[in-house]
Design a protein around this ligand. Structure first.
Ligand code: 5GP
Length: 115
């Protein structure tokens, strides 16, 4: 598995604005935010490159990412207004970092998206 910028963030080799961490995952602010709140949730182990590589045994891991994002939204006070979570898979979705991650976007009325 090739090293990615997110591996470097996990190993604290490059800085990131980490807003949450537990034994399973970390969450940090996106360097190029697409909304007033734009946080990335990434698993620590195992390292999975993209959504298409997920297997049934990874269900708990994905659930933890989603629940951590929902908890964060409640804690930060924007759950009532709403938010969006996104996971991009490969080129057509614009995936650029091949370490599975969940985007949490909030803080403004978000436009619809598509092709
Ligand atoms: P993707 O396009 O793969 O779904 O999302 C990757 C995200 O990682 C992008 O939104 C991009 O702005 C963000 N990103 C890329 N490099 C860095 C970095 O070094 N630090 C942080 N905090 N975010 C990054």
């Amino acid at each position: 598995m090739p090293d990615t910028i997110f591996h470097k963030i996990l190993r604290r080799e490059i800085p990131a604005d980490i807003v949450y961490e537990d034994e399973h995952l970390i969450a940090f602010r996106d360097i190029a935010p697409q909304a007033p709140v734009h946080v990335l949730f990434i698993p620590k182990h195992p390292v999975i490159d993209t959504l298409d590589a997920l297997r049934p045994g990874d269900a708990a891991l994905v659930g933890k990412l989603v629940l951590a994002a929902a908890d964060y939204a409640r804690r930060e006070g924007f759950a009532q207004n709403g938010y969006r979570v996104v996971m991009n898979c490969r080129e057509d979705a614009g995936q650029t970092v091949f370490h599975i991650h969940l985007h949490l976007l909030a803080g403004a009325q978000l436009g619809h998206f598509g092709a």
